[in-house]
Ligand binder design. Structure first.
Ligand code: ADP
Ligand code: MG
Length: 334
């Protein structure tokens, strides 16, 4: 059974960034206004995320890493109306099968924080001879998740990672995406032992300033806002896009569907085509889009690691968004 769980977990989490994305979403779901990330060896040795969200009740800790444990479905009816992917209660369970997982958490009703260690979906003793139960520790309100030695029990997978700095770039990329999108939430990310942050965004920063912080002033000064909605197609979209006087080296699409970072190849292609007539040859756009689609129209059964999503009327929605962006570009161009 544990081998099966390990294999399944290894399919959900193929690199540190997959675990981190789930953990960031959990922190944001928990209402955190600060999310601080530390990583070592590109997240393979250590991935730690500390938030100031609502925390987890001590009584919920023993089953926290059982599969399908989720606090995010109140009733069966919720199943058809939930946000989208996620909300399956699989992330923490998966991580516990392929890493050493420590959860330290404090709710506002608790006087102390509780620390629990997990392995293979179950609470384990902090040290041999001790009881397998949460231990009271000093701590502030919120949750800290520590993932150590990811893939420790999958030596071949572990060996396949040649470059920690490549993994760290992926970590910075995903943190940067959420840091742009999650208004009201401050983010920081650094390498373990470094004094300086690689990335740091204030909770109070507006979206342009978030982009300025992460992608630089040159870009931030050349952004255009756009907005489009269609009730028949069941979507609203808004965002910030680089104008026709500015280009980046490669197409950057920060896409959120129902507040989850995703990829959508047809949309990316459509955007590149839309810019082609405006930008000098070889010029590429920077595009941030928050797309909200009625949840029942988004495919929830897509493979968990795949950031690519499917949704109804994809072609029509892509067309509408590209049209809205094009008309903004044309307006600024003249
Ligand atoms: P899901 O997010 O799909 O519910 P997860 O395995 O990611 O499943 O998390 C399981 C449960 O653990 C969540 O439903 C939530 O109740 C709790 N949880 C996880 N991370 C946090 C966090 N940072 N703050 C508060 N609760 C959390
Ligand atoms: Mg989750």
């Amino acid at each position: 059974q544990s081998v099966v769980n390990k294999i399944a977990a290894g399919e959900i989490i193929v690199a540190p960034v997959n675990a981190l994305k789930e953990l960031i979403e959990n922190s944001v779901d928990a209402g955190a206004t600060t999310v601080d990330i530390v990583s070592k060896d590109g997240g393979l040795k250590l991935l730690q995320i500390t938030d100031n969200g609502h925390g987890i009740n001590k009584d919920d800790l023993p089953i926290l890493c059982e599969r399908f444990t989720t606090s995010k479905l109140k009733s069966f009816d919720d199943l058809s109306s939930i946000g989208t992917y996620g909300f399956r209660g699989e992330a923490l369970a998966s991580i516990s099968h392929i890493a050493h997982l420590t959860v330290t958490t404090k709710t506002k009703d608790s006087d102390v924080a509780w620390r629990a260690l997990f392995e293979d979906g179950k609470l384990v003793a902090p040290k041999p001879g001790q009881a397998a139960e949460p231990k009271p520790v000093a701590g502030r309100g919120g949750t800290q998740i520590t993932v150590e030695d990811l893939f420790y029990n999958m030596p071949n997978r572990r060996k396949a990672f040649r470059s920690p700095s490549e993994e760290y770039q992926k970590i910075l990329d995903i943190v940067g995406r959420y840091a742009v999108h999650c208004k009201g939430v401050g983010f920081s990310c650094k390498k373990h032992g470094d004094a300086d942050m690689s990335l740091s965004v204030n909770a109070t920063a507006n979206t342009v300033d978030r982009i300025r912080n992460i992608h630089g002033s040159n870009l931030a000064n050349e952004l255009v806002e756009f907005k489009v909605a269609d009730s028949h197609l069941g979507f609203t979209a808004h965002g910030l896009v680089s104008n026709a006087n500015y280009s980046v080296k490669k197409t950057t699409l920060l896409l959120f569907i129902n507040h989850r970072a995703v990829d959508c190849y047809p949309l990316k292609k459509g955007i590149e085509q839309s810019y082609a007539t405006f930008l000098p040859k070889g010029g590429r756009p920077f595009v941030y889009i928050s797309l909200e689609i009625e949840p029942h129209r988004v495919d929830v059964n897509i493979h968990p690691t795949k950031r690519e999503v499917n949704f109804l009327h994809e072609d029509d929605i892509v067309d509408k968004i590209c049209e809205a962006i094009r008309s903004k570009l044309a307006a600024v161009d003249t």
